[in-house]
Design a protein around this ligand. Structure first.
Ligand code: ADP
Ligand code: TRP
Length: 334
């Protein structure tokens, strides 16, 4: 039986942080062991929010180096840039004809900008481009173009995958045929929301991130900035309501996790010491990844070559889907 297909993308809108790593990259790489994987850099999605040429260019290279440093093997995973697969954009045009405007009106990402505008007393659509509004349609095209079965993402992206399901179902319903595979989101519940320095979801937009490739000194400084309560050293502490522990558990072995939680509960460990322990396990995990990242980022030609080779494989697959769909919708005449 053919292997199932896993697909995911990351948009290059800044440097990777540990929320991206645990919420998206690591689970995706684990899935790639069992699935036929197609992982890509969603560069045209990024254009909606990144209009600065050099920043977009370097972010694309950084995300590429990040995936590879985290362990993506381009011999096993089809790894490419969205922009190198023009079939995606033709499919987005096709899907637009099946995506209800009402559906897109309900997208959280769009709605939250509208809400913020209204709260500021600005025009509801201020600063909203059509790319942001139709973002879920392009994402649906990314997914169904490759017949993806599962889409590993963080929890914030599940609505987008559900929209891809709705759009694909509307398409199949119209032609009375299972022309498009209905994808499922795969959310790793344990790491669905990695907290940031301030306790909210770690996110570029909140400025509360720990970058995945921060040099050691910066890493320690950031970890020391994690917000904690003002409990004195001797007081017993509840691991489950602490961000320090929430981050520690991601990096530590089960035994280390248990021991750390027990020390917090017993009292006698202050937050400063706890953060130092956290720094040790984070740095232990990130040091080799950081080293590989620096090696890749210093060789942009190599990165480009890897992505171009991936794009060739991706296009061969994409063309098969597009031929099938063009035929089905009546665009192919003979
Ligand atoms: P950001 O919120 O920093 O802009 P993105 O939206 O670019 O991050 O997210 C890229 C991927 O990483 C998505 O699959 C998203 O679900 C995941 N992700 C981002 N932040 C977190 C987090 N704090 N916890 C878990 N997953 C996350
Ligand atoms: N919207 C995703 C994000 O912001 C990125 C993305 C674009 C994606 N196309 C995709 C994720 C297709 C999964 C599948 O993180």
């Amino acid at each position: 039986m053919a292997m199932k297909i896993a697909l995911t993308g990351i948009k290059p809108t800044g440097i990777l942080h540990i929320g991206n790593y645990f919420g998206a990259i690591k689970p995706a790489l684990a899935l790639a062991e069992r699935y036929d994987a197609r992982y890509f850099i969603a560069d045209y999605h990024a254009l909606n929010m990144m209009k600065e040429r050099d920043a977009l260019r370097s972010s694309i290279l950084e995300i590429a180096a990040g995936w590879l440093a985290a362990g993506l093997d381009p011999e096993k995973v089809v790894f490419y840039r969205q922009s190198s697969v023009p079939e995606t954009f033709e499919l987005a045009t096709i899907l637009s004809a099946f995506a209800a405007k009402g559906l897109l009106n309900r997208a959280h990402a769009y709605k939250s900008v509208v809400q913020a505008n209204i709260e500021k007393g600005a025009d509801a659509d201020a600063g909203i481009n059509m790319g942001l509004f139709t973002y879920p349609v392009l994402m649906a095209a990314d997914i169904v173009l490759f017949d993806a079965d599962v889409v590993p993402v963080g929890r914030d992206q599940t609505q987008h995958v559900e929209m891809a399901q709705d759009i694909a179902q509307a398409f199949n319903f119209n032609y009375k045929k299972e022309l498009l595979k209905i994808p499922q989101a795969a959310v790793e519940e344990d790491v669905a929301v990695v907290p940031g320095l301030d306790g909210r979801k770690m996110s570029k937009s909140y400025g509360n991130t720990i970058p995945l490739f921060a040099p050691e000194k910066e890493l320690r400084k950031l970890i020391m900035r994690i917000v904690t309560n003002s409990q004195p050293v001797e007081e017993p502490k509840d691991p489950d309501s602490s961000q320090v522990f929430a981050l520690y558990r991601l990096f530590a072995s089960p035994q280390e996790r248990e021991a750390f939680a027990a020390r917090l509960r017993a009292g006698g460990m202050g937050w400063g010491e706890a953060k130092e322990e956290l720094f040790q396990v984070v740095n232990r995990t990130l040091t080799p990844i950081r080293g590989r990242f620096c090696a890749f980022i210093s060789e942009p030609e190599r990165l480009t070559r890897i992505l171009d080779e991936g794009a060739e494989k991706a296009r061969a697959l994409a063309k098969v889907t597009l031929t099938r769909l063009r035929e089905a919708i009546g665009i192919t005449l003979c």
